[in-house]
Design a protein around this ligand. Sequence first.
Ligand SMILES: [Ca+2]
Ligand SMILES: [Ca+2]
Length: 111
Amino acid sequence: MRTKAAIAASVLIVGAQTASADTRSYQGDDFSIDTYSRTQMWVCDQESDGHEVKAEFRVNGYGNSLYLYDTDGANNGCQKLGSYANKIYQHRTIEVRNAFPDIVGGWVYPL
Ligand SMILES: [Ca+2]
Ligand SMILES: [Ca+2]
């Protein structure tokens, strides 16, 4: 008589660490994040509060701030901009409000 042994293979899924240390600037749950070794900018609305969110960011070699907008006020994915030839060296999240001052997240400086 043959005995069949069932072997349960358990697969451990470990959260993948991205190659670069992506850095986030939060405003509430909304955030901006640099990705792809600081060459691409994302801005992610996580609140569905009707307010537009934008990332203000600066890239090495450019004098002025650049902006990336998530305008629909809904938590439905991130907007992306890049890739840049040079590195993003600072960014922050800003919630845009029409009748009130914008709410500005802290600058972050990705390494
Ligand atoms: Ca918001
Ligand atoms: Ca959105």
